[in-house]
Design a protein. Sequence first.
Length: 329
Amino acid sequence: MRTRLPDTIAGSMEKPMTSIQRDPSSAFVRSAAAIVSGVIVDIAGVAVLLRADDHRRAAGVARMAARWPDAASPAAIEVDVVGTPPSMPSHDPDESFDGTEVWQHGDEVLARLGDGGSLRADLEHLTIGGDPALPSLRWLFHLGITHALAARGRFVLHAAAVASGDGAWIVLGASGAGKSTLAYAAARRGDPVLSDDLVVVRGDDLSVTGIARAPSVPSELVADERRPTDWRGRVELDELALAEGWWPVRGVVVVQHGDTPNGDLSPMAATDAVEELVASFTAGANPAQLHRFFGVAASLARRGAYRLSHADDPSRRVDAAVASLERLG
């Protein structure tokens, strides 16, 4: 029988003052006026100034940053969201993926999307322009903050993270592979969830934290009448509190769609896990950033790596994922 989601999720193994739970009802809902003036938030222990040049653009930034905590220190990285797009190079991009053109130039990365949104980022400043829609704003911020944090030994991964015991598992997989499904299963089991979309690994001690946003899961997994909130047919779980603080990484789980009724969990080679970790690191095309991350990825993979295939029947998928998490311990 399925259990109900807990009202709150327990904190990490750090001291309570640095690892607290924020109920979504008291999440940081920031006003557009505050973003226009400039707000300093904490992202993986780094103070980041968020600023926009008008209230309309500020409203998008406020939605993106709704769950991010305030920082107590001066900003180390500044982010400006403006109407005028940063200028892009005239030569062909160094790489193109997911509708994004990317140029690498020393400590600077530039990116342009098909909808006109663009990014210019160095290690201390991000400029996002061209009035991108909220999904594009999030994507350009992801690219830029990944670049800036990597130079500080903090590596942003497109991944989920769920805690168990005294550590956390990093959950990898392509978009739609089932990272959020496993995070939802962890919450159903009563395990802390750090994030279902973006996490940050600290390279010096191999610990992980989440970049908070409301988790979202396929609508067929939710047993109520909520309407999907995006084009993929997913439902945001605003009621799900996320665990904060830094958690020691126990290992890596790579998720995929399966073709069996009960799914499957099996060990995978560390070399394969390294490939998956590098693929989740969007700054990996930059040789200097990849050099910084590769040793961290190898160390993470050696802590343990598993491949989890989800059940092919949506009605059994969450329960099967819970059983796999119980096997992980």
